[in-house]
Design a binder for this molecule. Sequence first.
Ligand code: ADP
Length: 169
Amino acid sequence: MKSGREKRVAVFPGSFDPMTNGHLDILERSLEIFDRVIVAIAFNAAKDSALFSVDERLEMIREVTRSPRVVADAFSGLLVDYVERSKASAIVRGLRAVADFEYEFQMAMMNRHLRPRIETIFIMASEAHFYTSSRLVKEVATLGGDVTGLVPERVRRKLLRKVTEKKAR
Ligand code: ADP
Protein backbone atom coordinates (compact mmCIF):
# COMPACT_ATOMS: atom_id res chain seq x y z
CA MET A 1 0.00 0.00 0.00
CA LYS A 2 1.10 3.54 -0.67
CA SER A 3 1.43 5.85 2.30
CA GLY A 4 -1.22 8.54 2.72
CA ARG A 5 0.95 11.29 1.24
CA GLU A 6 1.89 9.47 -1.95
CA LYS A 7 -0.47 9.96 -4.83
CA ARG A 8 -1.81 7.00 -6.75
CA VAL A 9 -1.18 7.66 -10.39
CA ALA A 10 -2.39 5.57 -13.32
CA VAL A 11 -1.78 5.73 -17.05
CA PHE A 12 -4.76 5.21 -19.36
CA PRO A 13 -3.10 4.48 -22.71
CA GLY A 14 -4.72 4.24 -26.13
CA SER A 15 -5.07 5.81 -29.53
CA PHE A 16 -7.96 8.12 -28.60
CA ASP A 17 -8.56 8.79 -32.29
CA PRO A 18 -10.86 10.40 -31.24
CA MET A 19 -11.86 10.28 -27.58
CA THR A 20 -15.32 8.71 -27.21
CA ASN A 21 -17.88 8.63 -24.42
CA GLY A 22 -16.69 5.07 -23.78
CA HIS A 23 -13.18 6.38 -23.02
CA LEU A 24 -14.64 9.15 -20.84
CA ASP A 25 -16.66 6.64 -18.86
CA ILE A 26 -13.57 4.54 -18.12
CA LEU A 27 -11.63 7.69 -17.26
CA GLU A 28 -14.26 8.97 -14.83
CA ARG A 29 -14.48 5.61 -13.12
CA SER A 30 -10.70 5.30 -12.86
CA LEU A 31 -10.64 8.68 -11.07
CA GLU A 32 -12.62 7.01 -8.29
CA ILE A 33 -9.66 4.68 -7.75
CA PHE A 34 -6.66 6.87 -8.59
CA ASP A 35 -5.65 10.37 -7.51
CA ARG A 36 -4.35 11.27 -10.94
CA VAL A 37 -4.90 9.65 -14.34
CA ILE A 38 -2.70 10.34 -17.32
CA VAL A 39 -4.56 9.86 -20.59
CA ALA A 40 -1.64 8.92 -22.79
CA ILE A 41 -1.80 8.77 -26.57
CA ALA A 42 0.44 5.98 -27.79
CA PHE A 43 1.84 6.86 -31.18
CA ASN A 44 4.37 5.57 -33.62
CA ALA A 45 5.83 8.42 -35.65
CA ALA A 46 6.88 6.05 -38.43
CA LYS A 47 3.45 4.53 -39.06
CA ASP A 48 0.70 6.53 -37.45
CA SER A 49 -2.42 6.00 -39.51
CA ALA A 50 -4.67 8.03 -37.21
CA LEU A 51 -7.34 10.38 -38.55
CA PHE A 52 -6.42 13.13 -36.05
CA SER A 53 -2.88 14.33 -35.40
CA VAL A 54 -1.43 13.80 -31.93
CA ASP A 55 -1.84 17.53 -31.20
CA GLU A 56 -5.48 17.49 -32.29
CA ARG A 57 -6.13 14.46 -30.10
CA LEU A 58 -4.39 16.07 -27.11
CA GLU A 59 -6.47 19.20 -27.58
CA MET A 60 -9.72 17.20 -27.70
CA ILE A 61 -8.81 15.27 -24.55
CA ARG A 62 -8.08 18.56 -22.75
CA GLU A 63 -11.33 20.11 -23.98
CA VAL A 64 -13.53 17.27 -22.77
CA THR A 65 -11.78 16.42 -19.50
CA ARG A 66 -12.01 19.27 -17.09
CA SER A 67 -10.71 17.61 -13.91
CA PRO A 68 -7.39 18.93 -12.57
CA ARG A 69 -6.65 15.28 -11.77
CA VAL A 70 -6.51 14.37 -15.46
CA VAL A 71 -3.38 14.93 -17.52
CA ALA A 72 -3.25 14.53 -21.31
CA ASP A 73 0.04 13.38 -22.79
CA ALA A 74 1.51 11.40 -25.68
CA PHE A 75 4.33 8.90 -25.86
CA SER A 76 6.04 6.53 -28.25
CA GLY A 77 8.03 3.46 -27.32
CA LEU A 78 7.36 0.95 -24.60
CA LEU A 79 4.32 1.63 -22.42
CA VAL A 80 5.98 0.28 -19.26
CA ASP A 81 8.92 2.67 -19.72
CA TYR A 82 6.47 5.55 -20.04
CA VAL A 83 4.57 4.40 -16.93
CA GLU A 84 7.82 4.32 -14.99
CA ARG A 85 8.90 7.75 -16.23
CA SER A 86 5.50 9.12 -15.19
CA LYS A 87 5.92 7.69 -11.66
CA ALA A 88 2.63 5.83 -12.13
CA SER A 89 1.94 2.48 -10.54
CA ALA A 90 -0.79 1.13 -12.78
CA ILE A 91 -2.16 0.89 -16.30
CA VAL A 92 -5.91 1.29 -16.80
CA ARG A 93 -7.64 -0.43 -19.70
CA GLY A 94 -11.29 -0.71 -20.63
CA LEU A 95 -12.83 -4.05 -21.53
CA ARG A 96 -15.75 -4.28 -23.90
CA ALA A 97 -16.78 -7.53 -25.55
CA VAL A 98 -15.02 -10.82 -24.97
CA ALA A 99 -13.18 -9.98 -28.18
CA ASP A 100 -11.10 -7.38 -26.30
CA PHE A 101 -10.06 -9.91 -23.71
CA GLU A 102 -7.48 -12.04 -25.47
CA TYR A 103 -5.44 -9.13 -26.77
CA GLU A 104 -5.70 -7.25 -23.47
CA PHE A 105 -4.73 -10.35 -21.49
CA GLN A 106 -1.64 -10.89 -23.65
CA MET A 107 -0.61 -7.25 -23.32
CA ALA A 108 -1.11 -7.28 -19.54
CA MET A 109 0.96 -10.47 -19.21
CA MET A 110 3.73 -9.05 -21.38
CA ASN A 111 3.77 -5.81 -19.41
CA ARG A 112 3.91 -7.76 -16.16
CA HIS A 113 6.81 -9.79 -17.57
CA LEU A 114 8.64 -6.55 -18.40
CA ARG A 115 7.80 -4.73 -15.14
CA PRO A 116 6.26 -6.97 -12.46
CA ARG A 117 5.52 -4.01 -10.18
CA ILE A 118 3.22 -2.27 -12.64
CA GLU A 119 -0.35 -3.52 -12.27
CA THR A 120 -2.91 -3.51 -15.10
CA ILE A 121 -6.42 -2.64 -13.94
CA PHE A 122 -9.35 -3.54 -16.18
CA ILE A 123 -12.58 -1.62 -15.97
CA MET A 124 -15.63 -3.14 -17.63
CA ALA A 125 -17.36 -0.98 -20.21
CA SER A 126 -20.75 0.37 -19.21
CA GLU A 127 -23.73 -1.08 -21.03
CA ALA A 128 -24.30 2.25 -22.74
CA HIS A 129 -20.84 2.21 -24.29
CA PHE A 130 -20.33 -1.47 -24.93
CA TYR A 131 -20.42 -1.05 -28.70
CA THR A 132 -18.62 2.28 -28.93
CA SER A 133 -15.16 2.28 -30.45
CA SER A 134 -13.19 5.05 -32.12
CA ARG A 135 -12.97 2.92 -35.25
CA LEU A 136 -16.75 2.46 -35.56
CA VAL A 137 -17.47 6.08 -34.70
CA LYS A 138 -15.13 7.19 -37.52
CA GLU A 139 -16.71 4.73 -39.91
CA VAL A 140 -20.26 5.86 -39.11
CA ALA A 141 -19.31 9.55 -39.36
CA THR A 142 -17.56 8.96 -42.71
CA LEU A 143 -20.70 7.30 -44.06
CA GLY A 144 -22.87 10.20 -42.93
CA GLY A 145 -24.36 8.55 -39.82
CA ASP A 146 -25.20 10.39 -36.62
CA VAL A 147 -22.68 9.89 -33.82
CA THR A 148 -24.50 12.04 -31.26
CA GLY A 149 -24.22 10.47 -27.82
CA LEU A 150 -21.26 8.32 -28.78
CA VAL A 151 -18.68 11.09 -28.52
CA PRO A 152 -18.68 14.44 -26.66
CA GLU A 153 -20.32 17.24 -28.67
CA ARG A 154 -17.01 19.06 -29.29
CA VAL A 155 -15.49 15.88 -30.64
CA ARG A 156 -18.54 15.28 -32.83
CA ARG A 157 -18.14 18.69 -34.45
CA LYS A 158 -14.42 18.21 -35.04
CA LEU A 159 -15.03 14.75 -36.44
CA LEU A 160 -17.61 16.04 -38.92
CA ARG A 161 -15.21 18.79 -40.02
CA LYS A 162 -12.36 16.33 -40.43
CA VAL A 163 -14.44 13.84 -42.37
CA THR A 164 -15.73 16.59 -44.69
CA GLU A 165 -12.17 17.87 -45.24
CA LYS A 166 -10.99 14.39 -46.04
CA LYS A 167 -13.76 13.82 -48.57
CA ALA A 168 -12.98 17.15 -50.27
CA ARG A 169 -9.35 16.10 -50.82
P1 ADP B 1 -6.55 0.92 -28.67
O1 ADP B 1 -6.12 1.55 -29.95
O2 ADP B 1 -5.46 0.32 -27.85
O3 ADP B 1 -7.77 0.06 -28.77
P2 ADP B 1 -8.29 2.94 -27.86
O4 ADP B 1 -8.03 4.38 -27.95
O5 ADP B 1 -9.24 2.36 -28.82
O6 ADP B 1 -6.96 2.14 -27.82
O7 ADP B 1 -8.80 2.62 -26.39
C1 ADP B 1 -8.06 2.86 -25.25
C2 ADP B 1 -8.64 2.05 -24.13
O8 ADP B 1 -10.01 2.39 -23.96
C3 ADP B 1 -8.62 0.54 -24.38
O9 ADP B 1 -8.38 -0.11 -23.15
C4 ADP B 1 -10.01 0.24 -24.85
O10 ADP B 1 -10.39 -1.08 -24.55
C5 ADP B 1 -10.81 1.23 -24.02
N1 ADP B 1 -12.08 1.56 -24.64
C6 ADP B 1 -12.30 2.07 -25.86
N2 ADP B 1 -13.63 2.24 -26.07
C7 ADP B 1 -14.26 1.82 -24.94
C8 ADP B 1 -15.63 1.71 -24.53
N3 ADP B 1 -16.62 2.05 -25.35
N4 ADP B 1 -15.89 1.24 -23.30
C9 ADP B 1 -14.87 0.85 -22.50
N5 ADP B 1 -13.57 0.91 -22.82
C10 ADP B 1 -13.26 1.38 -24.02
